[in-house]
Design a protein around this ligand. Structure first.
Ligand SMILES: [Zn+2]
Length: 648
């Protein structure tokens, strides 16, 4: 290898106070000992930064752009580096990280292999209380301690970023030192198609453990505060979408650079197996005396969850309860179901939409909610309008429900090609339906022999036939699409006889999910219901609940969930080649969506499709093994069905 070229290290230290001062000096000293000696730039006017720069003969840039909370912005640090750095390779390193000599070696190898890249590393946590002695053999001593006492951080702990000048051209105003800025850096590189090299094995770095007294709200603020939420918005992804598992290459301990595949998938399988067979069976195993003593169990769980489980779980279902504590002061929202204030932090962000949770009635709803036009429905649901689909579980529950009316006039809102109406007619109801998709409505009339299927919205129907009253109004898989559920229910009521029935189904928010359900995003679905929210909603709007049924997770659902847990990883790591997911397509402009929906698949996409089929097939034997457990635990399936009756 030719002689190594020096690099420029960028550091943004916290105030040099007490213990944090000590460990930052340890860290920066280790940087200055690298060979060839790097140029080091320290940013910020925090206490002690100028002194540290002077003591170690470093460059100091006191003024950096900050957000309204006073936290420095990544964009300005990178921009300063472009202007001020003497070298062409930059390393942004967290200021409590000790770099070993392998760091420069590894970086040099990467530089020789790729012209453009991002190199990252995962930290090992180590308790360091005192100034380190940098005398003879300090690195060997530290490594020995690291092996003995250190703990490798989870795949979400990324502490350095090495990249050539000019890599980060557009940086959003993410705050440094708050979560998600690190994952944004990886996302940016991946989106640009740059190789991302994981140096963890070759150059293990030491993170000296510390408290979070430098942040006003402590560790909670770093992870859950407003700045964290703002960073998440700029990040623009679900939490933990881009972690060190998203690296395209890794450097082995021998220093060879290897392309890596299926890292996220392997992780997803590991997590799935762990959750299914270890974590959730703990009580059962304990009862049968199959698990180790309490002590060993706890240790095991702590390492596993620290390593992997908790951070990578989709935050959709668990986050809101935690986050309600930190209220946004402005722009309180009102819940579309109960009307009470639900002005809380979004629980999830997707594109321009935010998901909120109502503390009063338990509904989850997306903002903004604007119903798409007819063209959108035709685009997204096209192809369903020329065949009679099989009955859905909600339909079957209704037809078998002993508390249902059993006869009389029935109106089905959103009846599609009329599969349910035909079955209800056979069961003894006099049926009518509304369906916006004109092709589907025509199919229902002409091919299924249902003369009273109207291509109207429920409002249009009520306006046109104000005197028409029904014994039963049904709306299966409709309520989750509504932007204004109260208004929708008013329309339903206005075409019901007194003591009339309604029957409906919605996707159950509490169904067993191992990844994001791509159909369950706006503008397709705006509302996420569970039994509590749904019965609450119907009750407060004048209905008496007669029956509620939650579908259980069946065998096919189990297959799909195993497949989904694998797919979540696969589609991410192959994001560039994979066709856009439904979740993305539904948010596109009509013309763009049209192009995506009708684009001919490339050879690569066809290969991917084949791979997905094979993977799906492989899930069956796996599901066979897991299903008895799923059944025993009573996991919930997709459908939540409800029958209710208008009160007097
Ligand atoms: Zn509410």
């Amino acid at each position: 290898m030719t002689e190594a070229k020096p690099i420029t290290i960028l550091g943004m230290p916290k105030p040099f106070r007490g213990h944090i001062g000590t460990i930052q000096r340890n860290a920066i000293k280790s940087w200055s000992k690298l060979q060839p000696r790097p140029e080091i730039i320290l940013f910020g006017h925090e206490e002690g930064v100028a002194e540290c720069a002077r003591d170690f003969a470093l460059i100091h840039i006191p003024e950096v752009a900050r957000n309204r909370h006073g936290t420095p912005l990544l964009a300005d640090i990178f921009a300063c580096a472009e202007r001020r750095a003497s070298h062409d390779l930059f390393a942004y390193v967290n200021a409590d990280i000790i770099l070993p000599k392998e760091f420069t070696l590894g970086v040099e190898k990467v530089r020789h292999t790729f012209s453009k890249f991002l190199a990252v590393g995962r930290r090992t946590n180590l308790e360091v209380r005192d100034p380190l002695d940098f005398g003879e053999g300090w690195e060997e001593k530290l490594k020995e301690r690291m092996h003995r006492e250190g703990q490798l951080e989870s795949h979400t702990g990324i502490d350095f970023f090495v990249f050539p000048r000019g890599t980060y051209e557009e940086v959003p105003p993410v705050a440094i030192g708050r979560v998600w800025f690190d994952q944004w850096c990886i996302k940016y590189a991946r989106k640009k198609g740059l190789p991302v090299i994981d140096l963890t094995s070759f150059a293990p770095i030491v993170h000296q453990l510390h408290d979070y007294s430098h942040v006003a709200g402590g560790k909670q603020w770093v992870y859950n505060g407003i700045e964290a939420d703002e960073n998440l918005v700029y990040y623009g992804e679900r939490q933990h979408t881009y972690t060190i598992l998203s690296a395209t290459h890794l450097m082995t301990t021998q220093g060879r650079i290897r392309r890596v595949f299926f890292r996220e998938e392997a992780f997803a399988i590991k997590r799935f197996l762990w959750e299914t067979f270890v974590h959730k069976t703990r009580t059962i195993r304990k009862r049968f005396g199959l698990s180790g003593g309490a002590g060993s169990e706890v240790t095991n769980e702590t390492t596993m969850s620290a390593d992997s489980l908790l951070p990578a779980r989709p935050a959709t279902e668990s986050a809101p309860a935690k986050k309600q504590a930190s209220l946004v002061s402005s722009g309180a929202l009102s819940c579309p179901a109960c009307g009470r204030t639900a002005g809380v932090q979004p629980a999830e962000q997707y594109g321009r939409y935010s998901l909120y949770a109502c503390a009063s009635c338990d509904l989850r709803f997306w903002e903004p909610r604007e119903l798409p036009d007819a063209r959108w429905y035709e685009q997204m649901y096209g192809g369903r309008d020329e065949k009679l689909l099989p009955l859905e579980p909600g339909h079957k529950y209704f037809l078998a429900d002993p508390l249902a009316a059993g006869q009389g006039e029935l109106l089905d809102i959103g009846c599609g090609t009329g599969n349910f109406l035909a079955a209800a007619r056979d069961a003894g109801y006099e049926v009518s339906g509304t369906e916006l998709d004109r092709n589907a409505a025509r199919f229902a009339r002409e091919r299924v022999g249902l003369p009273r299927v109207f291509p109207l919205t429920i409002s249009e129907f009520v306006d046109r036939y104000p005197d028409k009253k029904f014994e039963v109004v049904t709306f299966f898989e409709v309520l989750e699409h509504q932007a204004a559920p109260v208004e929708f229910l008013q329309k339903v009521k206005s075409c019901l006889r007194s003591r009339g029935f309604i029957a409906l189904s919605v996707p159950n928010r509490e169904r067993w999910l191992t990844g994001p359900d791509v159909l369950d995003y706006p503008p397709n679905h705006f509302l996420r219901w569970n039994t509590h929210a749904l019965t609450n909603f119907l009750n407060t709007h004048g209905f008496e609940i007669l029956s509620v049924r939650e579908q259980e997770a069946g065998f096919v659902h189990t297959v799909q969930m195993i497949n989904l847990s694998l797919r979540t990883g696969l589609s991410r790591s192959r994001a560039e080649e994979a066709p856009a997911s439904f979740r993305d397509v539904i948010q596109m402009e009509p013309d763009q969506a049209e192009a995506v929906l009708h684009a001919a698949p490339t050879v690569r996409q066809r290969a991917m499709r084949m791979l997905r089929r094979i993977r799906y097939a492989v899930c069956f034997p796996a599901a066979l093994a897991v299903y008895p457990y799923v059944w025993m635990r009573g996991y919930k399936g997709t459908y939540l069905y409800c029958l209710a009756r208008l009160k007097d």
